[in-house]
Design a protein around this ligand. Structure first.
Ligand code: SF4
Length: 416
C-alpha cells in the first residue's frame, strides 16, 4: 500500500512539477509560488524549541546501507551467512529500485531481512518534510533527519532548445553554515552540524523520486561549506559516481575557500569542477563580503586554484555574486580580469546577480549593469556566463537556502 505521505509526493511529482518541467530554462516567471505542498501527513504535530547545537556526529553511521559500495555490500551479505550475490541484489535495491526500508527488500530472504534489522541496520533514507515548487519548475525539498533537523536540497529541471533534459540536484553538506558570508541566507541562520555521507546521498535520491527522473548533474552548492565536511563530501561523491552512476564531470564542488583543503581535494584528482566563490577582485573588498577570507588571503587562494588546475586538468569556475553598488562596477570587472590573467589560463567566471534575502541591505543590480560587467570580462578574454535565477519564488535560489528550523531541531509536543 502507498503510505499517505508517499501518495502526496506522487501527486506532487505528477501534476504541478510535470507541468513545470516542460518550461524552458529561461527567465523566472513572475507567477506566484505554487501552493506549498506538505508531505507531512504521517508526521506528529510539532513545535519549535531552542536547543544547543549538538556536536557533529561521525561522518559515517556504521549501520546505514546507503553509501556502501557493491563490494562492501557483498561482504556484508557474506558476514550474515548469505551468498555473495545477495550483496549485488542489495546494491540494486538501494540505488536502482530505491527501496527505503529493509522490510521492502522483497528479493531477499525474510531471514536475511530480519537479521539485518535485528542487528540494527537500516537503509538510511529520511522522510521528506516539505516540498515547495517554484513556478519555473525548481523544487525545494526539506528532508527531516534522524535528529529532527531539517536540511534543504533543490531540484532544478532544465530542458534546452534541442529538447534534451537535465535534472540538477543542488545538495547541502551541512545543516546551516558557520562561515556567515554577508549576502547568504544560510550563513545568517547559523550552524548546527555536518551531514553524514548518507544524508548527502539521500538528497539526490529524494530528488530522483520526486521528479521520477534520474539526476544528471550534482552541485555541492546547497547549505554549508563542503570543504568543512570534506570526508563526507568525498564519500558521497564516490557513491554518486560509482553506485548511482552520475559522471564525475557532471558534478561540481563549490567552496568559498578554506585553507589547505583545495590542495587536499586536488590530490584526489577528481574529474569534477571546482567552483570557488570569489565575489570580489581584491582582498580588502572580499573580506567585507566573505568574512572568512581574513584567514585565507586572495593570493594564497588563487595559488591553490592554479595548482588544482595543474593537478586535475579541470578548469576552476569562479562564482561572483554581483551586489549593486558594491562589487559590480566596471573597475571591479577590470581588476577581476587582471587578477585572473596573473594566475594563468583555464578559468571561467560565473556571474550571479544577487538574489534578495530578508534582512539584507544588498540589492540586485540592473540587467544593464550585469551585461556591462560580463562584457568587460569578455573583452579581456575571460570566459563568462551569467547564471539564470531559478527557484526565486520558492526561496530556493542561490544564497536563499535557509529554513526556520536550521538551528533548532523539531521537537514533537505530543511526546512532552
Ligand atoms: S555562501 Fe556558502 S559558505 Fe558562505 S555562508 Fe552561505 S552556505 Fe556558507
Amino acid at each position: 500500500m502507498v503510505p499517505a505521505s508517499m501518495a502526496l509526493l506522487h501527486h506532487v511529482s505528477t501534476a504541478p512539477i510535470a507541468r513545470a518541467i516542460r518550461v524552458r530554462a529561461m527567465a523566472v516567471s513572475s507567477a506566484a509560488c505554487l501552493p506549498l505542498v506538505e508531505a507531512t501527513a504521517a508526521l506528529p504535530s510539532v513545535t519549535l524549541r531552542e536547543s544547543n547545537p549538538a556536536p557533529s556526529p561521525p561522518h559515517v553511521d556504521p549501520h546505514v546501507l546507503i553509501g556502501m559500495s557493491e563490494s562492501e555490500l557483498q561482504q556484508l551479505a557474506v558476514d550474515f551467512g548469505q551468498q555473495k550475490y545477495r550483496g549485488k541484489q542489495l546494491h540494486i535495491l538501494l540505488y536502482k529500485t530505491k527501496v527505503k526500508e529493509i522490510q521492502g527488500f522483497s528479493h531477499l530472504p525474510q531471514a536475511f531481512r530480519s537479521d539485518l534489522r535485528d542487528a540494527g541496520w537500516k537503509v538510511g533514507r529520511s522522510p521528506v518534510h516539505r516540498a515547495v515548487a517554484s513556478a519555473d519548475g525548481t523544487v525545494k525539498i526539506l528532508i527531516k533527519l534522524e535528529d529532527n533537523r531539517l536540511v534543504e536540497t533543490v531540484g532544478i529541471p532544465v530542458e534546452d532548445e534541442k529538447g534534451s533534459y537535465r535534472l540538477t540536484a543542488c545538495v547541502s553538506s551541512q545543516v546551516g553554515c558557520p562561515l556567515r558570508c554577508s549576502f547568504c541566507a544560510t550563513g545568517k541562520g547559523g550552524f548546527s552540524r555536518n551531514l553524514k555521507r548518507h544524508e548527502i546521498i539521500e538528497q539526490v535520491l529524494a530528488i530522483e523520486e520526486l521528479f521520477n527522473h534520474r539526476v544528471t548533474n550534482v552541485v555541492f552548492m546547497g547549505m554549508g561549506e563542503p570543504m568543512l565536511n570534506l570526508k563526507s563530501v568525498l564519500d558521497a561523491h564516490r557513491c554518486l559516481n560509482k553506485d548511482i552512476q552520475i559522471g564525475q564531470r557532471m558534478m561540481t564542488i563549490s567552496t568559498v575557500g578554506v585553507p589547505n583543503t583545495i590542495k587536499m581535494l586536488a590530490s584526489h584528482k577528481l574529474q569534477s569542477t571546482l567552483a570557488v566563490s570569489l565575489h570580489a577582485p581584491n582582498q580588502k573588498l572580499r573580506e567585507t563580503i566573505v568574512p572568512s577570507a581574513k584567514s585565507y588571503p586572495l593570493d594564497a587562494l588563487m595559488k591553490d586554484c592554479k595548482e588544482y588546475f595543474l593537478e586535475t586538468g579541470r578548469r576552476v569556475s569562479f562564482e561572483y555574486t554581483l551586489l549593486a553598488g558594491v562589487n559590480d562596477g566596471l573597475e571591479h570587472a577590470v581588476e577581476l580580469a587582471e587578477l585572473l590573467h596573473i594566475w594563468g589560463r583555464g578559468y571561467h567566471v560565473n556571474l550571479i546577480p544577487f538574489n534578495p534575502i530578508e534582512g539584507s541591505d544588498y540589492r540586485r543590480p540592473y540587467k544593464k549593469q550585469v551585461l556591462q560587467f560580463a562584457g568587460a570580462l569578455e573583452s579581456r578574454k575571460i570566459t563568462v556566463s551569467v547564471r539564470q535565477t531559478r527557484g526565486l519564488d520558492a526561496s530556493a535560489a542561490c544564497g536563499q537556502l535557509r529554513n526556520d528550523f536550521q538551528k533548532s531541531p523539531l521537537l514533537a509536543v505530543a511526546d512532552e
